[in-house]
Design a protein around this ligand. Sequence first.
Ligand code: PLP
Length: 382
Amino acid sequence: MIYLDNASTTRCSEKSAQIVKDAMLEDFFNPSAKYTQALNATKKLSEARVRILKSLKARADEFNVVFTGSATEANNLVLTSSMSKHKENIVSVGEHASVYETAKTMRMNGYPVLEAPLNEFGEVDENAFLELLTPTTAFVSIMLVSNETGAINKIKRLSEIARKINPRILIHTDAVQAYGKIKINLSTLGVDYLTISSHKVEGPKGVGALVYRKKAKLNPQILGGGQEEGKRSGTENLPSILGFVNSVENLIENLEDNYNKVKDFKLKLIESIKTYSINEGLEFSINGNPMESSPYILSCGFKGTKGEVLLHALEAEGILVGTGSACNSRHSGNRILFAMGRDTGIIEGNIRLSFAPETIKFNFDEIAKTIVRLAKKHNHTK
Ligand code: PLP
């Protein structure tokens, strides 16, 4: 099997799976209990928080971590807690459904929510964003890397622009597709909240986190025993948290090397697909700018070949790809490609290939050849 859907989820690393198993069998005590074994669990939990902050170069006196059951929950937590009912909030059109749909529901409940448009590369359009900002804009949510196209938003610059207009503005970034893959320095990024997810970084499923500036507003949405310093009740999933931290530390240790190798793989794959497409008379196109976007994601397609048909044809030959965000694929159309001005034919042809460091062991040329052969076979213009 050639797995090219790592933006949807990753295989848990062997080491993290072992850590999870060991913790489930040995460190199963409730961190809220009072005996020594439980205090040991509490200590490991506190250490995991510090390790997450370290992985983001965030200062422990400035930021804190609340562990959640997913990045979806972390995004819901920050939006429902920090958006203003009376002043304007801005989210980008390119956000993952866990931000976009939450903001949409809040708009229906009377919250003023504006949408920041995208440019042709899938990045937030800086000038259009600037036009939306006012001295009373209360909250902004813009993702760091798009799960759809890999487009990288210049968050530091966008937060500087926003803070010039309103120094008290609260800024959130969904860093799920950036974490462990591109360098993040939370101390200088200029945001108040940042979302991450374990299963996107070779950790177990069922854990996410919201990293938040201690001074920024954050009201709990799940009430109960007051775990996570009162920000999210419910017994913490310590085994998976330990697996999560181990996995991301391992990726970050090799971040630059992984980045260069995966980028090289992606660019060679693109070149091969282009060459075979020209030979076969197929029109291949990429959504976004492959030189500027995350090397881990390639959104592309062939005019006249439906993305979903190609996906299943590839599956039959052992190559697994996505047609865009798994969380979006139940809905028709593609809001993000549409917002980038892509035409319907291209949107229908869209497939998403997403990589992990271990992807580079596959033969890019064989993959390209297979993709083009199947794209031609199922092309309705041929
Ligand atoms: N944000 C982004 C950018 C994502 O890509 C995803 C998952 O695809 C999520 C949030 C949701 O993550 P989780 O599966 O942990 O809820």
